[in-house]
Design a protein around this ligand. Structure first.
Ligand code: C2E
Ligand code: MG
Ligand code: MG
Ligand code: MG
Length: 297
């Protein structure tokens, strides 16, 4: 299309390539700086039991905390970091922060059972991951069953012969595996039989269409989620609904058998300082969730 736009179109195209190259170089530099200055952090977002609103876990979400430009999310960073290999060092910084925050939070709230979910990209799944997990669990003195490794279908499709072995090791060690963004990949269901998965996270796009525009769409989405939950339970997996933003969505997924939920309704991803400050004010996140008005069923 752009070629047919003639001279101006072509000019625009060249320009945008130039821009992209520049942006990429800038981001690459920012990542190097961030690694060096320890700017990578893990924000924590609660995962709640839908029935009670009680917090059952936290997902660690990577953030780059730039002193001048503020907080940057993972989208662009991770794609680039996977390409240039910095994902390994970023992962270490993020996971160390996550475990530190998680253990301090557990100590503050006296909570000994909630879990910490860590996201890993395909290339992070290598022989060093179980080794790191073993030492981290030892160092922070937590039960391995409280650590969940979140992988996506992309990971399972990835051309990496070690994935099966590494996941098996992680499982044998006592950590659990969650399949993230479930339903958005190519053949989601086949993975359930081939890999040792304990938790299924239904992608937020399904939750969104459940309160979509037409009754047909809403009904079909509802049945789809109900089916996913039923299959997951048959496979002895727990089910998390991602991206819950409204009480309607909460009650709808709860009614069709989803176990846990995560989303802005229950809490946004937050820095440890913010969580700590709220705890100091007596503002426990679980209290917030539980006091949201419930529609009786
Ligand atoms: P994810 O693992 O599926 O994480 C959930 C994403 O949904 C997060 O985006 C979270 O902030 C967002 N979210 C949570 N609740 C809601 C909601 O109610 N509404 C909406 N619209 N969004 C919600 P985030 O933090 O931008 O992370 C994006 C993705 O980046 C993650 O998706 C994960 O795949 C990846 N990621 C995050 N942290 C890491 C990390 O440390 N390592 C690796 N390899 N990937 C990470
Ligand atoms: Mg995740
Ligand atoms: Mg997800
Ligand atoms: Mg996602």
């Amino acid at each position: 299309n752009r070629k047919r736009d003639g001279k101006n179109g072509l000019q625009l195209f060249d320009d945008s390539i130039g821009n992209r190259t520049r942006r990429r170089a800038e981001l690459e530099q920012t990542i190097e700086q961030a690694l060096h200055h320890d700017w990578f952090d893990a924000f924590l977002q609660p995962i709640v039991e839908l029935q009670s609103g009680r917090i059952v876990g936290y997902e660690a979400l990577m953030r780059l905390r730039h002193p001048l430009n503020g907080v940057m999310g993972p989208a662009e960073i991770i794609a680039l970091a996977e390409e240039n290999g910095t994902i390994h060092d970023i992962g270490k910084q993020v996971f160390d922060k996550a475990l530190d925050h998680f253990t301090r939070l557990s100590a503050l709230t006296g909570d000994k059972t909630s879990y910490l979910a860590l996201n890993v990209s395909p290339s992070q799944i290598d022989a060093s991951l179980p080794v790191w997990l073993a030492s981290a669990v030892h160092l922070f003195d937590i039960d391995p069953s409280r650590i969940i490794i979140e992988i996506t279908e992309a990971t399972l499709l990835h051309d990496n012969p070690h994935i099966q072995t590494v996941l098996q090791k992680i499982g044998d060690f006592g950590c659990r595996i969650a399949l993230d963004d479930f339903g958005t990949g190519y053949s989601s269901l086949s993975y359930l039989s081939r890999f040792p998965v304990n938790i299924i996270k239904i992608d937020q796009s399904f939750i969104r269409s459940m309160t979509g525009d037409t009754p047909e769409l809403r009904e079909r989405s509802r049945m789809l989620i109900e089916g996913i939950a039923a299959i997951s339970h048959k496979m002895k997996c727990r089910v998390v609904a991602e991206g819950i933003e409204t009480e309607d969505q909460w009650h709808a997924v709860q009614a069709i058998g989803v176990d846990f939920g995560q989303g802005y309704l229950f809490g946004r991803p937050q820095s440890f300082e913010d969580i700590e400050a709220r705890l100091g004010n007596g503002d426990l996140p679980q209290i917030k969730a539980a006091t949201v008005t419930r529609i009786s069923s």
